[in-house]
Design a protein around this ligand. Structure first.
Ligand code: NAP
Ligand code: F7E
Length: 355
C-alpha cells in the first residue's frame, strides 16, 4: 500500500484526489488548517471515524506558512507521494493580499521541498506541484504548451512561478522526483463559489427559482479552457507514476468565453439571452423563456457588468495543448464542457431548490 500526503485536501482538487487515491487503495493523509468553523465539507463523504481501524484517511492540522508543522508531519508520515495542492487560489483576491499569497503559494512549496531535503527523504518521496495555466498570462502563443514562455499577470501567478522554478531547481540540484502539473482551469460541483463558473451556475439557478433577479460579473470576454476536476486529479496521479520527473500541461484544448458559459447555462433552462452594449455597459437580457414554470420576464436584465469584478491586469485567453500528456501519460479528459456545466447546474439546483 502506498501512502500519500495531500496539502489542500479540503479544497476542490484535494477532495477529488483523496477519493481517487482511496479507490486505488492508498493510505491518505491530509493537511488541513485550523478554521473557526468546519472546513471539511468536501471530504465528509469519504471521512470516517479516526478510531476505525479500517480507516485509510487521516487529517492533520498544519499550515503552509508553518515550516515546523510541515517538517513534523512529513517525518511522521514519511509518504511515498506528496501532492502539494494548498494555496490561496483566487486570482482576483491575490491582488488584495499579495504578501500572504507569496508566503503560502510560493514559500509554502519551498518549505515542503526543504522538509523533504532536511529529512533526507529525497530518494523516497515524489512531489507533485499544483502549477497553473495562469503562469502564461497573456502569452504570445495560443495554444500554450510546456515550451510556451511564462508571463504572469497577478500576485497569484507570480507566486506560482516561484514554486514552478523551485520544483525544477530541486529536481536538478538534489535529484528529487518533483514535477509540475500545469493545469488549466478545472471546475466541478465542488468548485469554490466565487470562481466564475460556480458563481454563474448558482446565480442562474437562483434566478430561475425567483430568488435573485440578475448576476453581476466582470470581464465577459475572457476565454478559458475549462475541464472537470475529476479528470484532472487522475492526471496528477499519472504524472507521479511516469518513469521520470517532468512538467506537464493538462488541458482540454477547447476554450470558451464567459458569454458562452452564460448562454449555455441559461439554455439549460430553455432561456435564450442576448448581449447588448460593450465594456462596463454590457448586459444580457432575456429574449425568450420557453418554460412557463420559471418566473422570468421577456427583456429582464439577467447579467450586468461591474467594475468591482474586473482585475487590475487580466489574462484574456488561455487555451492548452496537452499533447505531451495525452501521448506519454495516456491521459485524455472524459468530460465535455457541456457535460461539466450541466453537472454543476443540476447539483446547484438540487442544493438551492429547498433553501
Ligand atoms: P481550492 O479549492 O481553493 O483549495 C485550496 C486548498 O488550499 C484548500 O484546502 C485550502 O484550505 C488550502 N489552503 C489555503 N491556504 C492554506 C494554508 N495557508 N495552509 C494550508 N492549507 C491552505 O483550490 P483548488 O481549485 O482545489 O486547486 C488546488 C490547487 O491547484 C491550488 O494550488 C490551485 O492554485 C491550483 N490550481 C487550480 C486550478 C483550478 O482551475 N482549480 C488550476 C490550476 C492550478 P481551506 O479549505 O481551509 O480554505
Ligand atoms: O476567472 C472572469 C475573470 O476566477 C475566470 C483558479 O482556479 O484558474 C482559476 O483562475 C475568468 C477571468 O478563474 C467574473 O476575469 C468575469 O478572466 O473563475 P476565475 P481564474 O482567474 O481563471 C486558474 C487556472 C488557477 O490556477 C486559479 O487558481 O472569469 N470573470 N467576471 C470573473 N471571475 C470571477 N471570479 N468573478 C466574476 O465575477
Amino acid at each position: 500500500m502506498k501512502t500519500a500526503l495531500i496539502t489542500g485536501i479540503t479544497g476542490q482538487d484535494g477532495a477529488y484526489l483523496a477519493e481517487f487515491l482511496l479507490k486505488k487503495k492508498y493510505i491518505v493523509h491530509g493537511l488541513k488548517r485550523r478554521a473557526s468553523s468546519f472546513n471539511t465539507q468536501r471530504i465528509d463523504n469519504i471521512y470516517s471515524d479516526p478510531f476505525n481501524k479500517k480507516n485509510r484517511l487521516t487529517l492533520h492540522y498544519g499550515d503552509m506558512t508553518d515550516s515546523l508543522s510541515l517538517i513534523e508531519l512529513i517525518k511522521k508520515i514519511c509518504p511515498d507521494e506528496i501532492y502539494n495542492l494548498a494555496a490561496m487560489s483566487h486570482v482576483n483576491v491575490s491582488f488584495s493580499i499579495p504578501e500572504y499569497v507569496a508566503n503560502v503559494d510560493a514559500l509554502g512549496t519551498l518549505r515542503i521541498l526543504e522538509a523533504v531535503r532536511i529529512l533526507r527523504l529525497e530518494k523516497k518521496i515524489k512531489i507533485y506541484q499544483a502549477s497553473t495555466s495562469e503562469l502564461y498570462g497573456n502569452a504570445d502563443q495560443i495554444p500554450q504548451n510546456e515550451d510556451t514562455p511564462f508571463k504572469p499577470r497577478s500576485p497569484y501567478a507570480v507566486a506560482k512561478l516561484y514554486s514552478y522554478w523551485t520544483i525544477v531547481n530541486y529536481r536538478e540540484s538534489y535529484n528529487i522526483f518533483a514535477c509540475n502539473g500545469i493545469l488549466f482551469n478545472h471546475e466541478s460541483p465542488m468548485r469554490g463559489e466565487t470562481f466564475v463558473t460556480r458563481k454563474i451556475t448558482m446565480a442562474i439557478v437562483n434566478i430561475v427559482l425567483g430568488k435573485q433577479e440578475k448576476i453581476y460579473l466582470g470581464n465577459l470576454n475572457a476565454r478559458r479552457d475549462w475541464g472537470h476536476a475529476k479528470d484532472y486529479v487522475q492526471a496528477m496521479w499519472k504524472i507521479l507514476q511516469y518513469k521520470k520527473p517532468e512538467d506537464w500541461v493538462i488541458a482540454t484544448g477547447k476554450s470558451y468565453s464567459i458569454k458562452d458559459l452564460l448562454t449555455l447555462s441559461f439554455s439549460y433552462f430553455k432561456i435564450d439571452i442576448k448581449f447588448l452594449g460593450t465594456g462596463l455597459n454590457e448586459k444580457a437580457i432575456v429574449v425568450n423563456c420557453k418554460n412557463p414554470k420559471y418566473q422570468i420576464n421577456k427583456n429582464q436584465v439577467v447579467v450586468e457588468v461591474k467594475k468591482r469584478y474586473y482585475r487590475p491586469s487580466e489574462v484574456n485567453e488561455l487555451l492548452g495543448d496537452s499533447s505531451k500528456a495525452r501521448k506519454k501519460l495516456n491521459w485524455t479528459p472524459k468530460y465535455q464542457f457541456k457535460d461539466l456545466v450541466e453537472e454543476m447546474i443540476k447539483s446547484d439546483y438540487n442544493k438551492l431548490k429547498n433553501d
